[in-house]
Design a protein around this ligand. Structure first.
Ligand SMILES: C[S@@+](CC[C@H](N)C(=O)[O-])C[C@H]1O[C@@H](n2cnc3c(N)ncnc32)[C@H](O)[C@@H]1O
Length: 324
C-alpha cells in the first residue's frame, strides 16, 4: 500500500536534510520504547528526532493498517459517507490522510495530539492537504478531551498502548459519546494489542454499539489465547526507511488488530477471513469467524462452485459473503 503522493512528498522533504546515522539512532530508540510498551510518563515521540524517526519508519505502516481497516468499514457500510472526523493521538495526521483517501467527501477534522514535535510535523504536512478544515488541538486526552460536538467518524490508532487501563476505559466511553456514525480503534497486531481491542469490544457491546468490523457478531469472541485476532498489510520501505532501519528488505508486513463499531446495525452479516488463506490442488482453506459466533477452518473444493471461486480470491481480512 502506497502513501498518497502529497503525503509521501511531504515526508520526503521533512527527511531530506537528516543524517542517516541520527535517524537510525532515533528509530532504534523509538522502536525499543514501542516494543517494551514503556509507560514512564513521557511520550514515545517526545522530541524532534523521534518525530522524524516516526515519519520515516512508522507512518507508512500505520497508514497502511488504518487504510485497510477503513476499507473494511466502507465495505460493511457502503452507505456511510463521513463528512467529519475526530482523531485522538493523531501523531503526524496519519488517520486523516487515510480517511480522506477512503472518503474523499470528508471535509472537516479535529485532531488531538499532545506531543509538540509530532504535532508540528502533522500541522506542516496538512498545510497543503488533504483538506482545508483541519483543527489541530494540543491536548492530553488522559486529562479529558476538549469540549467538541460529535463527529461522523471517530478514531484512535496505535494510541491505547500509551495509556493505562482505567484511562483507556474513560477515553473509549468519551469517544463513543462523541461518535455520530462509526468509531474505529486500531492497535498493533500483537497479543497485547489484541487484548486491548478485546476489552474495547466488550465495552462497546455493553454500550449497545453495533460491531461493524472485523467481528461478524456480538457473541463472545471465539479466538482464544494463545491465538489472537490480527491482520497484516505489506508496506513498501522507502530508501530512507531502509537506512533508518538498517535493513535491506524493500518491504515489511505490518500486523494490526482493530475494532469498528457503529450507531446503526450492519445491513448484512458476513464471515471474516481471520488468517492467511491456504490453497493446494483444487482446494482452498479459510479460517473464518462466522456470524453465528463460531470460528472454523473451512475447506472449499471445486464442488462448492461460486463459494470455491470466492474462497480462492479471498484475502486475509476480507469479508466472505458467500458461504457453503
Ligand atoms: C503511535 S502514535 C500514533 C499516531 C497516529 N495515530 C498513527 O496511527 O500514526 C501515538 C500518538 O498518541 C499520542 N498520545 C499518547 N498519549 C496521548 C495523550 N494522553 N493525549 C494526547 N495524545 C497522546 C502520542 O504523542 C503519539 O503521537
Amino acid at each position: 500500500m502506497e502513501l498518497p503522493a502529497a503525503l509521501r512528498q511531504g515526508v520526503e522533504q521533512a527527511l531530506a536534510g537528516v543524517a542517516p546515522a541520527d535517524l537510525a539512532r532515533a528509530a532504534a530508540r523509538l522502536s525499543q520504547r514501542y516494543r517494551a510498551e514503556l509507560r514512564d510518563g513521557s511520550f514515545h515521540i517526545g522530541d524532534e528526532g523521534a518525530a522524524l524517526a516516526y515519519l520515516a519508519t512508522r507512518l507508512p505502516a500505520t497508514y497502511a493498517a488504518v487504510r485497510a481497516a477503513l476499507e473494511q468499514v466502507a465495505i460493511a457500510r457502503p452507505d456511510f459517507a463521513p463528512a467529519s472526523l475526530l482523531d485522538v493521538g493523531a501523531g503526524p495526521g496519519t488517520v486523516l490522510w487515510a480517511a480522506v483517501d477512503c472518503w474523499p467527501d470528508l471535509d472537516e477534522a479535529l485532531l488531538v495530539e499532545a506531543s509538540a514535535p509530532v504535532r508540528g510535523w502533522g500541522e506542516r504536512l496538512t498545510q497543503t492537504g488533504p483538506i482545508a478544515r483541519v483543527d489541530w488541538r494540543a491536548a492530553d486526552f488522559s486529562q479529558g478531551l476538549p469540549e467538541t460536538p460529535p463527529r461522523d467518524l471517530v478514531t484512535a490508532a496505535y494510541v491505547l498502548d500509551e495509556i493505562g487501563a482505567e484511562a483507556r476505559r474513560a477515553l473509549i466511553e468519551r469517544l463513543w459519546a462523541l461518535t455520530r456514525g462509526v468509531l474505529l480503534i486500531v492497535e498493533p497486531g500483537t497479543p497485547a494489542g489484541f487484548a486491548r481491542i478485546l476489552a474495547v469490544r466488550q465495552q462497546l457491546i455493553a454500550a449497545s454499539a453495533h460491531l461493524l468490523a472485523p467481528c461478524p457478531h456480538q457473541e463472545a469472541c471465539p479466538i482464544v489465547a494463545p491465538d489472537w485476532c490480527h491482520f497484516s498489510r505489506r508496506v513498501a520501505r522507502s530508501r530512507v526507511h531502509r537506512l533508518a532501519k538498517g535493513g535491506e528488505v524493500p518491504w515489511e508486513d505490518e500486523k494490526f488488530a482493530y475494532v469498528a463499531a457503529a450507531r446503526m446495525p450492519v445491513p448484512d452479516k458476513a464471515a471474516r477471513v481471520v488468517g492467511p488463506p491456504r490453497q493446494a490442488g483444487g482446494r482452498a482453506w479459510l479460517k473464518l469467524c462466522r456470524p453465528d459466533g463460531t470460528l472454523a477452518e473451512q475447506l472449499f473444493t471445486r464442488r462448492d462452485g461460486d463459494a470455491y471461486k470466492a474462497a480462492r480470491r479471498a484475502r486475509w481480512g476480507d469479508r466472505m459473503l458467500i458461504e457453503k
